[in-house]
Design a protein around this ligand. Sequence first.
Ligand SMILES: Cc1cc2nc3c(=O)[nH]c(=O)nc-3n(C[C@H](O)[C@H](O)[C@H](O)COP(=O)(O)OP(=O)(O)OC[C@H]3O[C@@H](n4cnc5c(N)ncnc54)[C@H](O)[C@@H]3O)c2cc1C
Length: 402
Amino acid sequence: MSTSSDLLILGGGIVGKACALALAQAGLNLTLLGARSLAQALPPERYTQRLYALNAASRQLLDQLRIWTHIPPERVQPVQAMHIRADGAQLAFQAKDARAEALAWIVESDAIEAALDLALRFERRVQIEPAQAARLSRPGDHRGWQVQTDDGRTLQATLLVGADGEHSLVRKASGIPMDVHDYVQRGVVANFVCAAPHDGSAFQTFADGGVIALLPLAPMQGRPMVSLVWSAPEPLAQELLALPPHALAQRVDAHLPALRAQHLGPLQAAGRASAWRLQRQLARRTVADDLVLIGDAAHRVHPLAGQGLNLGLQDVQVLAHTLQQRPAGQAINDPRLLRRYSRARAEQVLALATATDSLARLYAAQSRMPAPLRALGLHAANALPPLKQLLTRYASGLPYLA
Ligand SMILES: Cc1cc2nc3c(=O)[nH]c(=O)nc-3n(C[C@H](O)[C@H](O)[C@H](O)COP(=O)(O)OP(=O)(O)OC[C@H]3O[C@@H](n4cnc5c(N)ncnc54)[C@H](O)[C@@H]3O)c2cc1C
């Protein structure tokens, strides 16, 4: 059986689902392939493991999509301050200094997906197909794309949007080359109860054992909690993953004695750790004939700045704006239109990938930069309020929106 659609989004992660809603709100009918609704409700007594720091631009998009109000507010933690330590130097950002409501909001992946699923259920412009794509090809007349699904159907699309993550089939089918750097690190994540309140502060420490971030979570059953993202070199990551939860909590405490003494007190485990391999991947182009890449299909960055999903959601915002603003009569796969989207996204993605990559390499175990020199940069940044305001504004993602 063959079904035809003007627009087909392949990949039903957060970026694909948000894109489906944004394009539907822009008046387009589309198919979302590979989207499954979340199987379970959020467990009331614990956080699920994937948590994201959403910036102001992502929050704005989720507001526009009417998603934000469906995320339980008791599971959202605004970040009011960020303390960065490295080599004895410190850098602190405050939301109030930037006159912002918050520097970021920490939210569970599953809470965002559940809100997206709910909104998609009522969106008549979106046809949801849970099947996987098995093969992509260009038809004989080279117009649009054909997608063979794993349940034996063929779908046709005038414009194919690849939101299918790091191993993107869409990117491979397009022939767009990708630059890859393997950090030989894993992002080890785990949640903890902390003895003292975190007051909405996030902590990040650059140390010889990698970059350790502790992100504040909304209290669970009255207890203050934090989420760990430890970007650890591979052998250390394996060691951390092998520890029982209480021993991991002790290990984090031992690694961050100042944080334990001055801020959070001892940590107590709240579940097992898991880990993700860390790579930087940049597609050399984000558009090709009748095709657009968004989210991790187009770019993956080191998580030390917590910006990967934010970049993907900003792709969505810009793509929806570009397609909606096209002149009457212009086709959605017009190469000039796709190039406009690609140009609008290039600067932010490259700036962020370069900044996170430089920091990750500077503090990698094999870095040759002497610690006092690294500390000097942090001291200088801390002493310059206009520079801090600028950094906060760029991290919000707002300057890059169309
Ligand atoms: C440790 C760690 C911490 C992070 N923290 C943050 C943070 O704080 N803030 C932040 O902004 N980002 C963060 N990120 C980055 C973030 O996780 C990713 O950028 C984001 O999840 C990418 O979403 P996506 O929808 O593009 O891709 P994915 O989540 O990978 O979704 C891709 C979807 O496509 C589907 N798919 C793939 N192939 C097919 C196919 N053939 N047919 C059908 N469907 C298919 C998959 O099943 C999946 O549903 C972090 C990453 C790591 C590793």
